[in-house]
Design a protein around this ligand. Sequence first.
Ligand code: ADP
Ligand code: MG
Length: 287
Amino acid sequence: MKTCWVIYNGSLTSNKFRDQAELTAEAAERAGVRVRTVKNYEVMMQLDAGFIPPDFAILLDKDVLLGYFLVSRGVPVYNDPAVIDLCDNKAKQYIALAQAGVPMPRTIVAPKVYPAFSIRDSGYFEGVLEALGLPMIIKEGHGSFGMKVYLIESAEAFYDKVESLRGVDFVFQEFVATSRGRDIRVNVVGGEIVAAMHRESETDFRANITNGGKASPVELTDAQAALALQAAEAVGAVFAGVDLLFGPDGAPLVCEVNAAAHIRNILNVTGVNVADAMISYILEELA
Ligand SMILES: Nc1ncnc2c1ncn2[C@@H]1O[C@H](COP(=O)(O)OP(=O)(O)O)[C@@H](O)[C@H]1O
Ligand SMILES: [Mg+2]
C-alpha cells in the first residue's frame, strides 16, 4: 500500500483550503492509498535531520520551499514545486506561455522598481499607455481569486496603481473586453481534460467564483480544449486549472494557468472530482 501526504497551508483560516485537502485525501483513500492530510508547517524542514518520507506528496499550496525540501529528500511531489513556483508568479508564467507561442492577451512585464524610488518621470509609463491603451488590466505576480487583478480605466488610476506597486512584480495586460465578467476554467490532468466550467459575473469584470461569479458546465470547443492543453504543457503542469478568455474574434486566449487549482467548485458544478484523476495519474506514473 502506498503512502501519501496531502499538504495544504495551515496558516490560511478559510475552510476552502482544508476542504480541498479533504477532497484530495478522499480520492486517494478510494484508490487504496494510505493518506495523511498535512499542514505545511507540520513538516519540520530541519535540514540536518531525517524523517520517514511518504511514497509521494500532493502539494496543494504555494509553499514551494517545502516542495523543494521534499524533492531533495527523494519524495515525488505533485505538482513539481518548480512548476508551482513558475505559475505562482504571473509575470514568469506569461514569459513561459509567450515563449511557447500560446495565444494570450497582449502583455508587458513591469520592470523592477525599488520601493524607495520611482520611475514616474522617465517616460516609461507613457510607453505602456501608448502600447496597450485604456482600459487596461494590471495584475500582480502573486494573487488568487481575482484579488490582485485590477481594471484600470483612467490615466489617473493607472499612475496611482503603478506607484502603489513599487517593489511588487506585476504585468500590464490588454483588457479583453469581449470576455468582461466571463471566462472558462478547464481542469487538466496529465495532458487530458477532466472537467470544464463557464464562469460569469454580473457584478464584476472578474469571473472568479470567490468574487461573485456563477458557474455552469460547458462543452469546450476544439480550439478551447487544444489551447488549455497547450497552456498546461507550456508551463509543465501535470495538474492545471487553466483560465481561458473569449477573444474578440471568438478565439480563446489564455488568462492564466493555476498549478494549485481548487477543485470544489468544479466538483459542485460538473460532478467530477478532479482529484480522482490526479491520484490515478500519480499511481500510474509511480507504478
Ligand atoms: N486581460 C484580461 N481581460 C479581461 N478579463 C481578464 C483579464 N485578465 C483577467 N481577467 C478576469 O479576471 C479574472 C482573474 O484573473 P486571473 O488572471 O485569472 O487571476 P486570479 O489568479 O486572481 O484568478 C479572470 O478570471 C478574468 O475573468
Ligand atoms: Mg484565475
